[in-house]
Each structure stands twice: as C-alpha cells, then as structure tokens.
Design a protein around this ligand. Sequence first.
Ligand code: AKG
Ligand code: FE2
Length: 350
Amino acid sequence: QGMEDDEDVDLELLLDVLRRTRGQPQVRRESSWGAWSDLLQAHGRRTTAREGARRGGKEKAATELSQKSSQQQKSSRFRKDSSDPESLRTRDKYQRVQADRIRTAYRDGKAQVRLLSATDIVTSSSISWDVPCALKFYQDAYGIVQGCTPSTARQGVCSRIVVDEFGEPDEMRDLAIATEAAMVNLFHQGGSTSLAPVSSLERLGVKGGLLVQYFLAKVKLRIMREFGLEVIYDSGALLTRLKGDPPRDEWDVEPGHVYWNPHVDKANIPTYDYSALLYLNTHGKDFHGGEFSFIDDDADRIVQPRAGRLLIFTSGPENLHQVREVTRGTRYVLAMWFTCSKEDQYRDED
Ligand SMILES: O=C(O)CCC(=O)C(=O)O
Ligand SMILES: [Fe+2]
C-alpha cells in the first residue's frame, strides 16, 4: 500500500524543467552595489517566446490528463481542518509527495542558478520561467476548475513569474514600518515573526491596513492577468519578519526555530493554487541571507528579494522552495495565497 497513490502525481514531468521566458523580458543592472546578471542575460538569450513554444508530446499528454480530470471532478474532496477520511487521506498523500520531492531534490553540491539578483531590475512588465505542472496534485484537492486551476488554460505548463517595481518604494517602506509597529509585543519563533494581516487590520493602522488590502487586490488581478484566469479567490495572507539576530526574550516561544525548511505550499494547505510574495525590503542592503530558492532536481534557482519585487508561482510540487536563513539584518515580506475553490476561499471567521 502506501506507494500506489504517488503514481497519481506525474513527477517525471518535473525532471526536465523547461526554462522559457515570455515576450521580451528586459533586465537592467543597478550600477551601485553588487554586480551580477550575466547568467540571466545568457538565460534570456536561450529562451523563446511563450507564444512560439513548441507543444511537445508531454504537453499534449498533460492536456488530455487535464480534460480527463475535469470529468472526474468529484473523485475526492479536501476540507480544511476536517478529520473526515477523505481529507485526512488527501493531506497525508500531499505530505508524502512533499517528502518525496525533498528527498530527491534537496541536497548539497547542486548548481546554484541565480534567476534574479537584488540589483537586477526587470524593466519589462514581467519575466517568467515555465515548469511542467503536477496536474494530478491539483485535481485531488477539490477537483479542477476550468479557467483557474493551474495549467488548465496552458496545456500543462505552470510558471514562476517576477514583476519588479510592483510596489512603490514609499509603499514598501510604509508597510514595513506598519508591520514593525504591529509586531511589538507579539510572540515570535526564534528569528521569525508572522502576522495574519487581514484579521489584524486595526493592529496595522489605517495606512498599513489599506496597503495590505490594496496589494491583495492588486496581486490577485495581476495573477489573473499573468495566468489568463477567469476567477480566483483569496486564501490567506501573512506578513513575516525574519531577523538575523533574534532577541532572546520572553516572547520567544520556540528558540532556534527553523523557518528555512524546503516545502510545497499546497502540501501544507491543499486548497492553495497560487502563491505570491511581495518583498518589502532588499537583500544585500537591508539584510544578508534570506534568498528565495526554488529547489529543482538539477539546480537551486534563486531569486533575491528586492523592495517592490513581486514573485508569483503555482503552489504545487513543481515549485518546491525555501527561504534561506537570514544571517544579518531584518527581512520583511507580504505572502499571499489564492485558490480556485470558491468554497475554500478565505473568510475572516476562519
Ligand atoms: O518569504 C519568502 O520568500 C518565502 C516564504 C514562503 O515560502 C512561505 O511563507 O510559504
Ligand atoms: Fe512557501
């Protein structure tokens, strides 16, 4: 027993990560501190426009699978916080797929590919890297929602997308200040402090609260546009502060807490479909360490946080990732998750 379910997830698709960019992404290098982007430029030259992408056999198979999936929509159902056997089975299966991905892909000595450094600025509207979707993984949570579930509109292709200057410097600074104020006298786990902003709008103050609501809506619209979706629903948000030198005080409920575990967002909350990270400050300037890394079988692919940078990606096992340990300074991020399941959308009472 045990292993049979794993075959449902088409993980061999993950073995050959397709790297393609869409349109004509442009990246400029900031002249002041740090110097890097040759790798990126080399990458850009090798990529082809998404529209011109060849539809290979794997993608065709993925389309067929997606069509088949839509006919079997009600085959299983995950319910958040539920202990019914179906939900427990789904959660258990998702955790096993995550463990499998970690076992295969998380190891020392891998190639380190920097997709974007903090000093690179994406000047085109966005830059994207495509990865094959783990389609079955999406189906099992609540069925397929055409026009929303990752890849249903895109022949089995999932993505990682970066938009720079999504938030203005002033907005990012104001939100970081509001976050810092809201986190006074809050419990923390070692270097990590998190706050669910939607249920703590008063705590964030008028400006901070408005900024969170504004960016939730703006990010949602951007995801719909980037992925060509008809609908999408909120599924939760978190403001997180990571400190390189965590204070050893009475608010520390878990000294030495490890927040840099590799994980699949959807393995932890099966109804998540799209993940978004809006960085409020900048690697190398405001903090050291704290890089975001996609953990692929062949390489780690790194995006360094930069104030105003939006990183969005599909939440399934095609996007195993980690945030690396912050070694110095303080890092702020607004993380947001979205679902295609109307029934599972975030409600304040949750
Ligand atoms: O802060 C980041 O860059 C990533 C955070 C993350 O992966 C998560 O909260 O699930
Ligand atoms: Fe995550």
